[in-house]
Design a protein around this ligand. Structure first.
Ligand code: PAF
Length: 291
């Protein structure tokens, strides 16, 4: 196998199916043996506005020894549980802050590629994914890992790719977008696009983005464009999507709130910055998770 995608959620299935469809030997790694069995027999189905196909991607519980690239798409809170990662570049495209540091502690920073993807998808049922919008996947070497294989493989599968010298910036940008969109869609139980239609929600989304930008700035990041505009653009481009946090909430699963708003709050505290709206939103999602 050339590529192992770990995490059978909407994005994991999308990436695995697209890579496999492009003729790249791909394996989807999942820790649940019963689900692996079902996915091996059903295949992964991807539907979008213009096509529907089923790809028979090989699924396993362990990483094949021949893996040349791992793409990590497990939930942020599961990163620390990854074991027996093969000796090859490990690319994280997960939501939230903190994944890179966890992976560096597991495999060493010289093997870590990090970034973010604006591909938008949600699960319709196990192994069946609705691909709502394509978007840029931006990543780079965290320290010294070579980027070439990952770039070539992702391009071959038709992903829109940009290699960056500043992967930390790409991750922060996406986290700020997620901090604006994800918890609000989960609390209001609406698709991403609805946040632009409801004036109070739109204003709160903007306020959350402003708080997060201030925290990122305290860590030395500078954004050469408006993150408010960027977040609204993503909302529009992914208007039909059910955000990953709303998907988790509807499925009664733990959300990625700690890796998004929780991390922003921790870092705000270190910088001595107030982030009152982010705190309330974090508290509301934590409360809803217990329901
Ligand atoms: O987490 C998500 O749902 C996605 O990152 C995004 C881009 C907000 C689209 O729904």
């Amino acid at each position: 196998m050339d590529v192992s995608v770990v995490g059978p959620g909407a994005l994991g299935c999308l990436f695995a199916a697209r890579l496999s469809r492009a003729g790249i030997r791909t394996c989807l790694v999942d820790y649940k043996p019963d689900r692996v069995k079902r996915l091996n027999s059903s295949g992964i189905t991807i539907e979008s506005s213009d096509e529907r196909y089923t790809e028979h991607v090989h699924c396993t519980v362990t990483f094949p020894r021949t893996t040349r690239l791992v793409i990590v798409l497990v939930k942020a809170y599961s990163t620390k549980t990854l074991t027996k990662l093969p000796s090859c570049p490990i690319l994280t495209l997960q939501n939230g802050l903190g994944n890179v540091e966890t992976l560096c502690s597991l495999v060493g920073s010289h093997r870590v590629l990090a970034g973010a993807t604006y591909e938008a998808a949600h699960s319709l049922s196990e192994g069946v994914v609705r691909h709502v919008a394509s978007g840029l996947t931006r990543f780079g070497a965290w320290t010294s890992c070579e980027t070439q294989i990952a770039e070539q493989i992702l391009r071959q599968a038709g992903f829109l790719v940009e290699v960056t010298e500043a992967p930390g910036q790409a991750i922060w940008e996406k986290t700020i977008v997620n901090a604006g969109i994800n918890p609000l869609t989960a609390i209001l139980n609406v698709c991403n696009g609805a946040l632009l239609q409801i004036p109070e929600a739109r204003q709160l989304m903007r306020d959350l983005v402003v708080e997060a930008v201030k925290v990122a700035t305290s860590e030395g990041y500078r954004f050469p464009f408006s993150l408010i505009e960027r977040t609204e653009e993503v909302c529009l481009a992914t208007r039909e999507n059910i955000s990953s946090m709303l998907q988790d909430m509807r499925a009664g699963k733990k959300t990625e709130i700690d890796a998004i708003c929780g991390e922003i709050l921790d870092r705000a505290q270190i910088a001595g910055l107030p982030a009152p709206r982010t705190r309330v939103i974090w508290q509301l999602i934590k409360a809803l998770e217990t329901k």
